[in-house]
Design a protein around this ligand. Structure first.
Ligand SMILES: [Cu+2]
Length: 368
């Protein structure tokens, strides 16, 4: 099948007069593990779906830069697996910072935009170093109910925050490679470069609009040094690619505002099909679990679910569909473009908490 496609492409090359020279083939970004380096050029499916980080290593001396943009949309609320309406939340959910006795403000929608800039460098064939910085933009819409009780709506308001998020440094340590299978350890550290003291104006049940420290969900960083351990496996044969990755975020200590975000554990597995050396499509499933927040920031006490450290974390299962494109010739040769869309299929949340709706990731990568 691959030979057929290659023959077809070669014919196309000759027809269009664009010959792939041996030198061009060598200049292709070649990832570690491609044992027949001189014979094998890069394919679109050499990298995992763009939503997976730290999926591949590089050959000694190789660099890569990448940019990813992710938008996540959240809408509606649930407790466990049951949906909750705003009216239900403000009449039944106790306010831990009473009075008022129940919550009076309900988040309706949230959008998170993340710009992620990454660099990779391989000092040796068995070690690839990775750094990733992010710029985050969070926006949350709320509904405020009037007074201490009842279901009279007072109005809506939006809080917005933007800035640098946490920065991660990782090493990808090769454990095993052959012509088909590759295995590496992910060992990373997240530095608390993101702010945890973001503020904005809110609408209170009394109709005032003070500027307050925003709840945990709106902050830009964790405030702690977090360990990022993981294990990644991927394989490739003929037109099929596949892989799996376990990764975790383990918080160390307590941040300056006296709390610790929940640890996260995630397992993802994917399969891909290479339609031409330039183009592959993928399907991916992800299971994740996240703990609630330990401790609390004494400046976060509004009568809203996001101010309660217990209303964080839960279990989620999601499915993703993606596509990778690798320019094989022309001025953009070696540039990769990728896209992935993710939708949840199961969410069991420590609620009340906002539900994820969808996430879209687009990315660009180039190795040197
Ligand atoms: Cu890379």
């Amino acid at each position: 099948m691959k030979t057929l496609i290659k023959t077809g492409l070669c014919a196309a090359c000759i027809i269009t007069g664009a010959f792939t020279t041996a030198q061009q083939a060598k200049a292709h970004e070649a990832h570690f593990g491609n044992v027949e380096q001189s014979a094998k050029t890069s394919n679109a499916d050499d990298h995992a779906p763009i939503g997976v980080m730290g999926d591949h290593r590089h050959k000694a001396g190789e660099w890569m830069v990448s940019y990813r943009f992710m938008r996540m949309h959240m809408e509606g609320n649930r407790d466990g697996t049951d949906s909750l309406s705003p009216d239900e939340i403000v009449t039944t959910t106790p306010n831990p910072f009473a009075p008022p006795p129940t919550l009076r403000v309900v988040p309706l929608e949230m959008d998170i935009d993340m710009h992620m800039l990454g660099g990779m460098y391989a000092p040796s064939d068995w070690l690839t170093l990775m750094v990733m910085g992010q710029y985050i933009d969070r926006e949350m819409e709320h509904l405020t109910y009037a007074g201490m009780a009842g279901t009279t709506e007072l109005g809506q308001f939006t809080t917005k925050v933007q800035g640098i998020g946490d920065t991660s440094l990782s090493g990808l340590i090769g454990l095993y490679d052959d012509n088909i299978h590759h295995l590496h350890l992910n060992a990373g550290l997240s530095l608390p470069t993101g702010s945890i003291k973001e503020e904005d104006d809110v609408l209170t049940p009394m109709g005032t609009t003070p500027r307050l420290r925003l709840p945990y969900a709106m902050q830009l960083g964790s405030g702690t040094y977090d360990l990022l351990p993981g294990l990644t496996y991927y394989g490739n044969q003929d037109n099929w690619g596949w892989g799996a990755q376990y990764k975790a975020t383990i918080r160390t200590g307590e941040n300056s505002q006296d709390y610790t975000l929940g640890d996260k554990h995630q397992i993802t597995a994917w399969g891909s099909y290479l339609w031409t050396p330039s183009f592959s499509t993928s399907l991916r499933a992800t299971a994740e679990t996240e703990g609630h927040i330990d401790g609390m920031d004494s400046d976060i006490t509004a009568p809203v679910q996001t101010a309660n450290p217990d209303n964080y974390g839960g279990e989620r299962l999601s499915l993703s569909a993606g596509a990778n494109y690798l320019f094989q010739a022309g001025p953009l040769q070696g540039h990769r473009l990728a896209f992935e869309v993710t939708a949840p299929v199961y969410q069991d949340l420590n609620g009340p908490q906002m539900e994820r709706d969808y996430a879209v990731t687009v990315g660009w990568q180039k190795a040197f």
